[in-house]
Design a protein around this ligand. Structure first.
Ligand SMILES: *Cc1c(COP(=O)(O)O)cnc(C)c1O
Length: 495
């Protein structure tokens, strides 16, 4: 399998694409074609466990890894790290609506699905392309990626990891998860700014030649654990394949039938993986792209105009508080028939003016695949309440946004197709926002008291990784101006 950049013609192996994270021209690495899975193959995979399904999908993309390497990586990532050894169970909420629960890993959010595997893929890839070098992972996080990356990379030999998060843009639990992280190779730092500031700061460090040279002299090299890295995307394709297998297994999906997918969307990585699965032959029909009040994608899918020049809102679903959806670049590339020149031109406009407009043919293609919708704060809270009252399903704020937009889609179109909702976080991770949907009682200030209250009200157990944070020492207290990120990285690497 050959990988190219979204902005110019290139030829890379998967190992090179994963080690570099981002192409030298600023573009993202994408596969030149989509390997195929027949329905018979899906039937076969419906009989095996998640690890075996993951290996079958990975080997189609990572053709420069040996089967032994893939086996080692997948086992390391998914053996005994997820509840009941089931990384992505499918849970029926109501007839025709299934939750694909992606939050049973060590940090209780769906980022674990990819970030438990990425360190293994990256270390193997670096061994192939840059033997002996230390890989430096830079992460900008809106909350969940940071902890998941820290959990995946802590004390992994030959790696260092630096995580930046918006000091006032993550939940108390998310912050505590990150600032208590142990590990000799980790640094965690708040910034005065929002997620987009953190993300563009990281991008600037990545593409700064002077810093790259300094690293080179220390025998180090940058890579990215953000969802722009193809090594993040490929593990996410697996769970949509797995969802199709589980539907087949329980008799809900037969040859010739399709299902829809509804995804709470921020950086467009999760829903892009669903699109990739569809391109591989997984029988997905509509891709329902759900946004919160930061509805830049809803507007984009309706009009073809991407415009980030707008007010930024902090919401109860912070992992979707994003105005620049990085992975959309890959979608534009594919939807335009792999047109790197067009993609490069649009991204240049985005960079310079914060705005671009799709050619009508590309917009039409996107509209045939995606439905875009959004849900405000009241809608989110009401949906959490309704799901619990009507179906005894306890959803987090992000998942609720998707469920709400799915309902809007069903009412607008009358489409009754079986739908899989990507359930992306444990409700306990966002207890302060979930509780008001369930009770009129006052929500306690203390994060741990919130967990107790949610457990009592819903009669579900507090996830062990969150309960275990109680009493952990806060090890990372630094908060810096967004312009000081490069200096912070350099100081850490010299330690
Ligand atoms: C990251 C995240 C999302 C958004 O996923 P993207 O791949 O960035 O679109 C949704 N929900 C939760 C809980 C997340 O952590």
């Amino acid at each position: 399998m050959i990988f190219t950049s979204t902005r110019s013609q290139q030829e890379m192996t998967s190992a090179a694409a994963i080690t570099r994270g981002i192409a030298a021209d600023g573009g993202l690495f994408v596969p030149c074609e989509f390997p195929q899975l027949s329905f018979d193959k899906l039937i076969e995979l419906s009989q095996v466990d998640y690890i075996t399904r993951a290996k079958e999908v990975l080997k189609l993309y990572l053709t420069d890894y040996t089967e032994e390497e893939i086996d080692y990586c997948v086992r390391g990532a998914y053996s005994n790290t997820f509840d009941n050894n089931e990384p992505a169970p499918l849970v029926e909420v109501a007839p025709g609506t299934e939750m694909l629960e992606l939050w049973h890993g060590p940090t209780c959010a769906f980022k674990d699905m990819a970030l438990q595997l990425l360190p293994f893929l990256l270390v193997k890839a670096a061994n192939k392309t840059a033997p002996g070098r230390t890989i430096v992972i830079l992460v900008a996080t809106s909350g969940d990626t940071g902890k998941a990356a820290l959990a995946g990379f802590a004390d992994v030999p030959n790696t260092r990891i630096v995580v930046f998060f918006p000091e006032n843009g993550v939940s108390d639990m998310q912050k505590l998860q990150m600032t208590t992280q142990v590990g000799k190779n980790v640094a965690v730092c708040g910034i005065e700014g929002n997620f987009d500031d953190a993300q563009s700061g990281v991008k600037q460090i990545f593409t700064n030649d002077a810093i790259r040279n300094e690293l080179d002299q220390m025998n180090m090299e940058f890579s990215s654990a953000n969802s722009i890295n193809f090594g993040r995307l490929v593990p996410q394709i697996v769970y949509y394949v797995s969802a199709a297998c589980d539907l087949i297994k329980k008799g809900a999906l037969k040859a010739g039938e399709k299902f829809n997918v509804a995804v709470p969307t921020g950086n467009f990585g999760d829903i892009l993986a669903a699109y990739y699965a569809k391109q591989m032959g997984v029988p997905v029909d509509k891709l329902i792209c759900a946004s919160n009040r930061n509805k830049v994608l809803t507007d984009f899918l309706a009009t073809g105009v991407y415009d980030r020049n707008r007010e930024f809102y902090t919401t109860s679903s912070p992992s979707m508080d994003i105005l620049i959806s990085s992975n959309l670049e890959r979608m534009i590339f594919h939807a335009s028939g792999n047109d790197a020149d067009l993609t490069a031109a649009l991204m240049k406009e985005l960079n310079e003016k914060g705005r671009y407009q799709l050619p009508p043919a590309v917009l039409e293609k996107l509209q045939s695949e995606f439905f875009g919708g959004f849900c405000d704060e009241t809608g989110t809270e009401n949906t959490i309440g309704d799901l619990f009252k009507n179906y005894h399903y306890l959803a987090d704020t992000h998942t609720a946004v998707a469920a709400n937009v799915l309902e809007q889609y069903r009412q607008a179109t009358g489409d009754k197709t079986l739908t899989v909702i990507a359930s992306t976080a444990s409700p306990y991770k966002f207890a302060a926002s979930v509780l008001p949907a369930l009770t009129a009682e006052a929500v306690p200030e203390d994060g741990f008291a919130q967990l107790e209250m949610l457990s009592k009200l819903s009669d579900t157990p507090i996830p062990a990784p969150l309960a275990g944070l109680k009493g952990c020492a806060v090890l990372h207290k630094t908060c810096i101006a967004k312009d000081d990120m490069a200096k912070f990285v350099k100081d850490f690497l010299k330690k």
